[in-house]
Design a protein around this ligand. Structure first.
Ligand SMILES: *[C@@H]1O[C@H](CO)[C@@H](O)[C@H](O)[C@H]1NC(C)=O
Ligand SMILES: *[C@@H]1O[C@H](CO)[C@@H](O)[C@H](O)[C@H]1NC(C)=O
Ligand SMILES: *[C@@H]1O[C@H](CO)[C@@H](O)[C@H](O)[C@H]1NC(C)=O
Length: 512
């Protein structure tokens, strides 16, 4: 597998652009000539997640080589970013072109280029006509040393996938698969790519190959974004999330976040592959992850009661996952801080041994302190209304301040541990499973319903008297109350929560 890595690295960026172009159907330049067209209106169902709308945020950019058909005066408009790209053509000449990039996926595409081997560099910016001043330079020539591919093959491989090459051919070429030797488990493959590569996941062609070889077994879930299927790859069970075409922004975002360097963590759902199939209206977007037969925390708590040990194990492992997301790791091989923005019991999965992992990163926001760049979403009103922090409901959240999203996650985490605590038996007593605010709002609460309860009346989920007479539940109650405080600045950070829970775990002598 490593043998193919050069080719694979070379095509990584191009493939992503290509995949997106493929998916767009009629207009292969769709991604780059973003029109900011609004997605069709959505009607979220019960407790479903609400995606950011494609807000009309029009930016004018200079275009050359990537002008939309109706462009005048070398100007295009987008809801995303302006870009300039330099790349080498088949004669080895550097060609500089520029244009508009659609919002969806733009962060992904603008950032992938520092991985130098591709002989193309893209730079983006986001003020009117800013791309006139961009001067991207070609990266150094990729080193030789690929053992499987001959020079000619490598050459073909590179140019075949080149962004500006004949687009008709992309589709056919994408049918290409790599050979994965029998006996390689997904765990082996991922382990190998972790130790040899950038640590951000399997090479794209390996991902596509795995995706194509998966048998779909049965549907196991359904949501706003699409469906989840149980799949099988060479006998191993995997979960396949199939996104609706209109949800491609979520697919892009989730794929992007999962492929962030150092994202892997035992309490974050394990990413295996992303893929895209078909064209136009029939595009299907796939995300393949580890499969956890015990389902979501929501399903689990409905069926199961907990003892103190099980409660602490769930709360602590979820905190570890969230802590990994929230924490920035510095350095070139670092990891940005990430806020989830849709934390709820339905987005947390239960592993076999009773620990959890956090899933559903389709709305996540990233922050990198090096570049001081907040990946600002287009709308603050996203997530699941029932779990929205007061500042999200009343729209007082400062969109430009990354820490605000982090603290909104903490509020949602507080609600999740309330759901867990109800199911913990003490003195033979336990509450039935309920969603937060179940007795205060209707089953598909509106913003107004939630705003009234959470902000105006300042209510929080009801707590049973028995919690005060149990040491563990009393401590959990204190923790959740400090997470769901009205004032975001008074909430605990996930690091504090994790430390507190670690102490409780230790004093109970529980193995996590
Ligand atoms: C064309 O664009 C340039 C700046 O890019 C501007 O100076 C010029 O006035 C524009 N012409 C028309 C006809 O809009
Ligand atoms: C997960 O489900 C399996 C089979 O239904 C069961 O044996 C196992 O105990 C469950 N795991 C947990 C942590 O409850
Ligand atoms: C649960 O499984 C993970 C591996 O998936 C392991 O790292 C962890 O130590 C296990 N925890 C317990 C309590 O067995």
């Amino acid at each position: 597998m490593a043998a193919l890595s050069l080719c694979l690295t070379v095509i990584t960026v191009s493939l992503l652009l290509t995949l997106r172009a493929d998916g767009a159907g009629q207009n292969p330049d769709h991604v780059l000539q973003g029109t900011g067209v609004k997605h069709e209106a959505r009607r979220p169902g019960e407790d479903s997640t609400i995606a950011p709308e494609d807000a009309a945020r029009f930016l004018s950019c200079y275009c050359s080589g990537h002008c939309p058909d109706d462009a005048t005066n070398n100007t295009c408009q987008t809801n995303g970013q302006c870009f300039a790209i330099i790349e080498e053509d088949e004669q080895g000449e550097a060609i500089l072109t520029s244009g508009c990039m659609k919002y969806e996926g733009s962060h992904f595409q603008c950032k992938d280029s520092p991985k130098a081997q591709t002989r193309r560099t893209i730079e983006c910016c986001n003020t009117d006509f800013c791309n006139r001043d961009l001067q991207p330079t070609l990266p150094p020539v990729a080193p030789a040393g690929n053992v499987l591919l001959t020079t000619a093959q490598r050459f073909r491989c590179f140019f075949r996938y080149k962004w500006q090459a004949e687009r008709q051919r992309y589709h056919k070429d994408l049918e290409q698969e790599v050979f994965i030797p029998a006996g390689e488990s997904l765990k082996d493959l991922i382990h190998q790519s972790q130790s040899s590569g950038s640590g951000s996941g399997l090479p794209l062609l390996v991902q596509r190959t795995i995706a194509k070889q998966i048998q779909m077994v049965r549907q196991i879930g359904k949501g706003r974004y699409g469906e989840v299927w149980l799949g099988r790859w060479r006998g191993e069970k995997v979960a396949v999330k199939v996104f609706f075409t209109r949800e491609e922004a979520s697919w892009f975002r989730e794929t992007e976040i999962y492929q962030t360097v150092l994202m892997r963590h035992e309490n974050i759902l394990g990413f295996i592959a992303a893929d895209i199939k078909g064209t136009g209206a029939f595009t299907q977007l796939f995300l393949i992850t580890d499969y956890h037969e015990n389902g979501s925390l929501y399903d689990y708590l409905k069926l199961t009661t907990l003892d103190t040990q099980a409660l602490l194990r769930l709360a602590y492992s979820a905190a570890c996952g969230l802590c990994h997301l929230h924490t920035e790791i510095y350095g070139t091989q670092g990891k940005p801080a990430i806020a989830h923005r849709d934390l709820k019991s339905k987005n947390i999965l239960i592993k076999k041994n009773g620990t959890c992992c956090i899933a559903d990163l389709g709305l996540a926001v990233k922050f990198n302190s090096d570049t001081n760049e907040v990946d600002i979403p287009l709308s603050t009103r996203v997530g699941t209304r029932r779990y929205m922090a007061p500042e999200v409901l009343d729209e007082s959240l400062n969109k430009n301040h990354f820490q605000a999203y982090i603290m909104a996650d903490m509020y949602s985490y507080g609600l999740v541990i309330w759901e867990m605590a109800r199911r913990c038996i003490t003195g033979g007593i336990v509450e039935d499973y309920q969603l937060p605010y179940y007795e205060m709002v209707p089953s598909d609460p509106s913003y107004e319903d939630m705003l009234e309860v959470v902000c105006v009346k300042g209510l929080r989920p009801t707590v049973s008297n028995r919690w005060n007479s149990d040491e563990c539940l009393r401590a959990m109650l204190k923790l959740m109350s400090e997470c769901w405080a009205h004032n975001p600045a008074s909430r605990l950070t996930i690091l504090r929560v994790k430390k507190t829970l670690a102490k409780m775990v230790e004093s109970q002598d529980i193995k996590i």
